[in-house]
Design a protein around this ligand. Structure first.
Ligand code: ADP
Length: 274
């Protein structure tokens, strides 16, 4: 397990301070998970282990874990949540999707809605999209001035440091798919009646802006991979490789956090249940 997560991190971690070189990063992970059955088995095992660790995290009620999922349309954010957290009890995992901000949200600073959704002690929070939309879609579509966007990178770093210093571990995954794979997944949404509901014509507009998004992501990875909250770029063209990488990383992170069940201040032998 330790060897595997080292192999994964060597491939996916963005070293704080280093150039992320997103364009050179893999969308396939055949060298880490060559075998589909083995990868799916590993994900199931890890999902079970994550559930057990989450139980202790809840009992301990002292710290939280925040898992941030970012990626362009069809990159598999929802599928990741399903595969990695499907063994966890619904009380212990709090999933928040971030769509277009409401009027109320826009009336506050951009981190307001994010902070409100941060997981409380004992909980694993999962963000489907996040504060990073405010330097991605907002930048690419010109929804705020360049100056406003510019100051947000540091604000995000400071915010994540604040969370970390207050007991929340922050894990960030960018799901990296190729343009060809996105084409296939969008086509499936047109062809498969059970996927039609996922199709949104505006996704095609974003696809036209592929290079702009890639550039915006690269800036995010270059500037917001910090020692306290580094980015991981996950090869995501194969769903089972993506799931296996993320499940192993979440499990390892929780194991490192080592949540402990509180010791009771009584002895079981002092009680008799009649
Ligand atoms: P998803 O595509 O994640 O399944 P939606 O169809 O609800 O979910 O899409 C969410 C949309 O909201 C995306 O197009 C995303 O770019 C947009 N969005 C998220 N956060 C912001 C933001 N801060 N400002 C503008 N648009 C945002």
């Amino acid at each position: 397990m330790v060897k595997l997560t080292k192999l994964i991190d060597d491939a996916v971690l963005v070293e704080p301070g280093a150039k992320s070189q997103l364009r050179k990063r893999a969308t396939l992970a055949d060298d880490i998970f060559p075998d589909r059955d083995a990868a799916e088995e590993a994900t199931k095992d890890n999902a079970k282990a994550i559930d057990a660790l989450q139980d202790a995290l809840w009992a301990e009620r002292d710290r939280a874990l925040l898992v941030i999922l970012q990626g362009i349309d069809t990159s598999g954010k929802d599928g990741t949540v399903r595969a990695v957290f499907n063994r966890c009890g619904p009380l212990g995992v709090d999933v928040t999707p971030f769509g277009k901000p409401s009027e109320e949200e826009l009336a506050h600073d951009f981190l307001w809605r994010i902070h409100m959704a941060a997981p409380k002690k004992g909980v694993i929070g999962v963000f489907n999209r996040s504060q990073y939309e405010d330097v991605l879609v907002v930048k690419v579509r010109g929804l705020a001035s360049a100056d406003v966007v510019e100051q947000r990178y540091e604000q995000i770093n400071a915010f994540e440091k604040h969370l970390t210093d207050n007991g929340t571990r922050v894990l960030k995954f960018m799901l990296n798919i190729s343009k060809d794979e996105q084409k296939e997944r969008l086509q499936a949404r047109l062809d498969d009646p059970t996927k039609n509901w996922k199709f949104n014509a505006s996704d095609l507009e974003d696809r036209k802006l592929w290079d702009d998004y890639a550039k915006a992501y690269e800036v995010v990875l270059d500037r917001c991979s910090t020692a306290h909250a580094p980015w991981r770029v996950v090869p995501a063209d194969r769903k089972w490789q993506r799931n296996a990488i993320i499940a192993a990383t979440v499990r390892k992170t929780l194991e490192d956090m080592a949540p402990a069940y509180p010791k009771p201040d009584w002895k079981a032998s002092d009680f008799q249940i009649t």
